[in-house]
Ligand binder design. Structure first.
Ligand SMILES: [Zn+2]
Length: 129
């Protein structure tokens, strides 16, 4: 009886990450019930979806700003103008560095290059991405 009791109290240390209830049963059991396991996994998926959606929204916003400003596929604008439209320089889809060391940041096929005095060159990439 003594050995059984010790074994039980060890298992009681494990708690369900969803509801905090003690987990009774097999040692590899991670949740107290199927309901809690499903709820926990749904919450994780939802958080991931929110994160992806938020990043996608920022990328789309940046893309639309570049598209709106860059009507002739090549133009110059200012940092102030980009910021005023809500452009976020932290979000882009790819970087292209030329042989001469110029760094173009791209939102899909719309790109920008930082120039002197807070000016930006806006370009459009041709062909397949
Ligand atoms: Zn639970």
């Amino acid at each position: 009886m003594q050995a059984k009791h010790i074994n039980d109290s060890k298992e009681m240390d494990k708690k369900c990450p969803e509801c905090g209830e003690k987990i009774i049963g097999r040692a590899d059991k991670k949740f107290c019930s199927d309901g809690c396991r499903n709820a926990h996994n749904n919450t994780l998926n939802k958080d991931n979806k929110n994160l992806i959606r938020n990043v996608n929204n920022r990328l789309r916003k940046n893309y639309r700003i570049l598209e709106t400003l860059n009507v002739k596929d090549k133009t110059k604008t200012t940092k102030e103008r980009l910021l005023r439209l809500g452009f976020n320089f932290d979000y882009f889809t790819s970087i292209y560095t030329t042989k001469t060391g110029s760094v173009y940041y791209y939102l899909y096929d719309q790109g920008y290059l930082s120039l002197d005095n807070d000016y930006y060159l806006l370009v459009k990439r041709e062909g397949v991405l």
